[in-house]
Design a protein. Structure first.
Length: 279
C-alpha cells in the first residue's frame, strides 16, 4: 500500500510549508529508567504526544483528513512468543543511525541496544546506517540488507530514521513522505515490527523550518498506520545541551556523545519497551 493521498501531482513543493508541528513534547528528566508503557500515535494525532495542531496558512502535504485509517493484520511471524524471544533487529538510516561523530563510537543506536538487554530477549542487532543516504536510498536497499540478517530469527524488527538527506538533496515533501510510507507498508505487511525515529534539529533556523515540516509529515505517515513515531525535533530544538554539542562538533551538523545520548533517551522513553512488549 502506497501513501498517495497528496503531493503526487508532480508539483514540486517546498519544505516548511504546511501545518504547525504539535507543541506538546517530551520533557527531559534525570530519570534514566526507560518507560515501559510507551505511547503509540493515534490516527488523529500529528505526533505520539498530543493533538494535531494545524496552521491556517499553507497546505497540509501528504495528508487527507477524510482518508480511512489502514488496518494491518501482521502475519504470525510477527507475534511475540512465550519464553526467551529470538529477535533480529535492524536499524536503517543515514549518518545519525551510523553514529557518525560520536567519539565513543556508540551513537544513539549503540546506547539503545545496550539498554535493551532483557532476560526474555535474545537480541541480535544490526546497524545499517549509511552516511549520506536519502529515504530513496533506504527504499532501494532496506529489503536486500535486512532480510539476510533476519534469516532464522523468530521475530523481526525494523527501526527507521531517515529524512535529513532528503532535505539537503532537494527531494520534494511528497516523495519523501511516500518513500517512508512505502517502507513502512511493505515491512508491516510482511509481519515485520516497525519503529520510526524522527528528525533532529540543526543549528540553522532556515533548515529547521524544513526539518520541522518533514517531521510533521513523518509523524502523520506513522499515525495513519499505527506505527510508533518518536519526535526528536521539538524536545531538542530548544535544548541547550543538544545545541552546544552541535556547535562544538567539527562539522556543526552531527552531535557528539552528549547529543547521541539525548536521542537515545528519547527513544527509550517514548514507546520502546511497549513496542518490544517488554515488562
Amino acid at each position: 500500500m502506497s501513501d498517495t493521498r497528496a503531493g503526487d501531482d508532480g508539483v514540486t513543493h517546498e519544505f516548511g510549508v504546511g501545518p504547525a508541528y504539535p507543541t506538546a513534547h517530551t520533557q527531559f528528566t534525570n530519570d534514566t529508567t526507560p518507560v515501559t508503557g510507551g505511547r503509540r500515535p493515534h490516527p488523529d494525532a500529528g505526533s505520539p504526544t498530543g493533538a494535531h495542531a494545524t496552521s491556517p496558512a499553507g497546505p497540509t502535504f501528504g495528508s487527507d483528513a477524510t482518508a480511512p485509517v489502514p488496518t494491518f493484520a501482521p502475519s504470525p511471524e510477527s507475534l511475540v512468543t512465550e519464553g526467551v524471544r529470538d529477535v533480529g533487529m535492524a536499524f536503517v538510516g543515514a549518518s545519525l543511525v551510523a553514529g557518525y561523530g560520536d567519539p565513543k563510537g556508540l551513537g544513539w543506536v549503540g546506547r539503545v541496544v545496550a539498554r535493551t538487554q532483557h532476560p526474555d530477549l535474545d537480541l541480535t542487532a544490526y546497524n545499517l546506517g549509511v552516511r549520506g543516504d536519502t529515504s530513496g536510498d533506504v527504499v532501494a536497499r532496506w529489503g536486500a540488507e535486512c532480510h539476510p540478517r533476519w534469516k532464522g530469527r523468530a521475530e523481526r524488527r525494523l527501526v527507521l530514521s531517515v529524512g535529513a538527506g532528503d532535505i539537503t538533496s532537494g527531494m520534494t515533501m511528497a516523495r519523501s513522505r511516500l518513500n517512508l510510507a512505502n517502507v513502512v507498508d511493505e515491512a508491516t505487511n510482511a509481519g515485520i515490527g516497525v519503529f520510526v525515529v524522527g528528525l533532529a534539529p540543526t543549528l540553522d533556523p532556515e533548515q529547521n523550518r524544513r526539518v520541522e515540516a518533514l517531521a510533521e509529515a513523518q509523524a502523520d505517515v506513522c499515525a495513519r498506520r499505527g506505527v510508533t513515531y518518536v519526535d526528536c525535533y521539538r524536545p531538542l530544538v530548544g535544548h541547550d545541551q543538544w545545541m552546544a554539542d552541535l556547535a562544538a562538533s567539527p562539522d556543526r551538523v552531527h552531535p557528539g556523545q552528549a547529543g547521541y545520548g539525548l536521542i537515545a533517551w528519547l527513544v527509550l522513553h517514548n514507546g520502546w519497551n511497549d513496542w518490544l512488549q517488554l515488562g
